[in-house]
Every structure is written in structure tokens, then in C-alpha cells.
Design a protein around this ligand. Structure first.
Ligand code: ZN
Length: 53
């Protein structure tokens, strides 16, 4: 699984939970975001969505 912003690999826990978060785009598609980008954008979903090309 790759981060939707930086395209780096998103790590997962052994329970298959991602280290990061999911955001939903306008179509309701779940997009994985890595913890680095989550921190970089202060967990602000609007800002994170704006970064996704
Ligand atoms: Zn990222």
C-alpha cells in the first residue's frame, strides 16, 4: 500500500492496520496516507486532499 501524497510505502501493523490514516476523496474512495504526511499536514483532511494529484 502506498501513500496517496508522497507515494512512499505505508507500513502496516501486524493486525494490518496502517501506520497513518485514511481519507476519503470526493468520490468516497478511501486513500491511505502515511504517518509522515499525516503529521506534515497536521492531520487536516482538507489539506491532505488538496495535496493528492
Ligand atoms: Zn506520505
Amino acid at each position: 500500500m502506498k501513500c496517496s501524497i508522497c507515494k512512499n510505502k505505508v507500513n502496516e501493523t501486524f493486525l494490518k492496520k496502517i501506520i497513518g490514516t485514511y481519507i476519503k476523496d470526493k468520490k468516497g474512495k478511501r486513500l491511505p496516507i502515511c504517518s509522515k504526511c499525516q503529521t506534515k499536514f497536521n492531520n487536516d483532511k482538507e489539506k491532505m486532499i488538496a495535496e493528492i494529484k
